[in-house]
Ligand binder design. Structure first.
Ligand code: PAF
Length: 288
């Protein structure tokens, strides 16, 4: 195991000055934005950044503007000391843990003007009003501050990284987005800070999500989309589940598809409540 002593920075000015110095001496910067409560999934992003950059910056900031539910924001775990200890196990160099005023010096009430081709309106966007405006706002601000060469995000938030890629393209930001595979627990449940809120029983039951996604992948060339979705809905309908959506989408446009034939990139996506916890997951069915 690598180990190190990450430098924890709370102000934009200090971070900018450290990064400028590093860049002047030719160092590359990898950046992993997080909201803390770190787990193995986050650490896999840190490792990917460590492997490809001289300096890895991890931000830990619970961004108020992306919460559509105030209760969720209030309950969000804040575990900076534990997070920094974990980041030290993988040798992250810089941890940026800013306050609200550092992130939003002119207030939180503004919108980043960027054409997202409607990919923010479907799926999570349709179920969590205002969520992606908040994500775009904070990631834009963080990228402005960190100015990394590489940005690391997880495939688990499929729509999130698609939107951020659109923002980077649209605003011509000189940053390469690297998407890392979903880290999973032993029985397939996608790693998430929310898993900690599941009872042991519900955590076991939640593996039905990965099972259902895999079943769709196995049969994508044998059954119609309608049949695949009907079966998936059935699999995810129990007294202990509340299904929000399950769908098969085009991986570029994020729109629902009705036929497999003419598609080059298909992804199955799901959002389901188990034991009062909202879980999302996805699986690439194929990509040509
Ligand atoms: O995925 C997350 O944890 C957050 O949405 C992000 C990208 C750190 C922005 O607050």
């Amino acid at each position: 195991m690598n180990s190190g002593n990450a430098q924890v920075i709370h102000t934009v000015s200090e971070l900018v000055s450290l990064i400028q110095t590093a860049k002047r001496s030719g160092k590359t910067i990898g950046f992993v934005p997080t909201m803390g409560a770190l787990h193995d999934g986050h650490l896999s992003l840190m490792r990917a950044s460590k492997a490809e950059n001289d300096i890895t910056v991890c931000s830990i900031y619970v961004n108020p503007t992306q919460f559509d539910n105030k209760d969720d924001l209030a309950k969000y775990p804040k575990t900076l000391d534990v997070d920094v200890a974990l980041l030290n196990t993988v040798g992250v160099e810089l941890v940026f843990a800013p306050s609200d005023t550092e992130m939003y010096p002119d207030g939180m009430d503004y919108v980043i003007n960027v054409d997202l081709d409607e990919v923010d309106k479907v799926l999570e966007g349709a179920h969590r009003p205002g969520h992606f405006e908040g994500v775009v706002q904070i990631v834009h601000r963080l990228l402005e501050v960190v100015q990394p060469h590489h940005l690391y995000m997880g495939q688990k938030d499929f729509q999130q990284f698609t939107i951020i890629q659109k923002m980077i393209d649209n605003l011509e930001m000189p940053i390469e987005l690297v998407v890392c595979p979903i880290a999973r627990e032993d029985h397939g449940l996608a790693r998430s800070s929310r898993n900690e809120r599941l009872s042991a029983e519900d955590r076991g039951r939640a593996c039905i999500i990965y099972h259902t996604l895999n079943e769709m992948k196995d049969d994508i060339h044998h059954l119609s989309i309608d049949n695949l979705l009907t079966r998936a809905e059935l699999r995810l309908s129990w007294s202990w589940t509340e299904l929000e959506y399950v769908d098969i989408i085009n991986g570029n446009t994020l729109t629902s598809v009705s036929k497999v034939d003419d598609q080059d990139y298909l992804v199955a996506v799901v959002a389901v409540w188990i034991g009062g916890v909202r879980l999302i997951d996805n699986l690439i069915l194929y990509k040509n």
